[in-house]
Design a protein around this ligand. Structure first.
Ligand code: ADP
Length: 249
């Protein structure tokens, strides 16, 4: 595997079986995403975008094929090893935010670090710092349901990056937001990319996809084409996520 590849799939397929009924959600996906690359996945509803993102995020297992993440064949790892890999290396941003309302904003953001064994005090300190970067530290004691959708998604971005994962996966991150909040969230994701984070994002929005370097077009479980937008030079900005987001509030 090339040392510049963040991830690579070979002949990845996913078939859902419900009784007698089989649905081929993905078929023969060969995908390489370079380190630091920002890739958008687009295509009509039901074409397999979320299924692919779920496989890349180790949330689900493929029916066949292989998946290498950071040079490691993660399809051959145990479920427990996969969970550890997911916690350490992948951040998620979902359309529905997926924050836990029984926890405060700060506790939500600290959760990935707590799963990694970080002490409570350090996790809360780093969570506060991550919230400051997305302009939400002043709401750290609130419950997610007390925030607007745009604010919740900013918190979700803080949670996705608090452990500084090399890969961030986003599933329609602006799908539930108005234009202004959607633009703000895309700006945060672009900052992450500028800081060297590899990003794979599912979107229905051409405007959101225009932030990516490459757009993969999917249909019926396959990648049927790609557009290289080519307006990105390799990242020349701040070295770390922390530095990149320092100016964001
Ligand atoms: P998209 O994200 O592009 O809308 P999905 O990945 O959600 O597409 O779905 C791809 C196909 O797989 C669809 O035909 C969908 O109905 C089917 N599918 C998705 N999840 C399941 C599941 N858990 N069980 C059965 N079929 C599923």
């Amino acid at each position: 595997m090339s040392t510049t590849a963040a991830l690579r799939t070979r002949d990845l397929s996913k078939v859902y079986r419900a009784g007698e009924v089989e649905t081929t959600a993905l078929s023969g996906i060969h995908l390489t995403v370079d380190r630091g690359e920002f890739v958008a996945l687009m295509g009509p509803s039901g074409c397999g975008k979320s299924t692919l993102l779920g496989l890349l995020g180790l949330l689900d297992a493929p029916t066949s094929g292989t998946y290498e993440l950071g040079g490691v064949d993660v399809t051959s790892l145990s479920r427990r090893q996969q969970a550890l890999t997911r916690r350490g290396q992948i951040g998620f941003v979902f359309q529905s935010f997926n924050l836990i309302d029984e926890l405060t904003v700060e506790q939500n953001v600290a959760l990935p670090l707590r799963y990694l064994g970080t002490s409570r005090a350090e996790a809360e300190e780093r969570a506060t710092a991550a919230l400051e970067r997305v302009g939400m530290a002043h709401r750290r004691g609130h419950r997610p349901s007390q925030l607007s959708g745009g604010q919740q998604q900013r918190v979700a971005v803080a949670r996705a990056v608090v452990a500084e994962p090399p890969l961030v996966l986003a599933d329609e991150p602006t799908g539930n937001l108005d234009t202004e909040n959607g633009t703000a969230v895309m700006s945060l994701l672009s900052d992450l990319h500028a800081a060297g984070t590899t990003l794979v994002m599912v979107t229905h929005s051409e405007a959101d996809a225009s932030h990516a370097q490459r757009v993969l077009r999917m249909l019926d479980g396959r990648v049927i084409g790609e557009d290289r937008l080519g307006r990105y030079a390799p990242p020349t900005g701040p070295e770390t996520v922390t530095q990149a987001l320092a100016g964001v509030s």
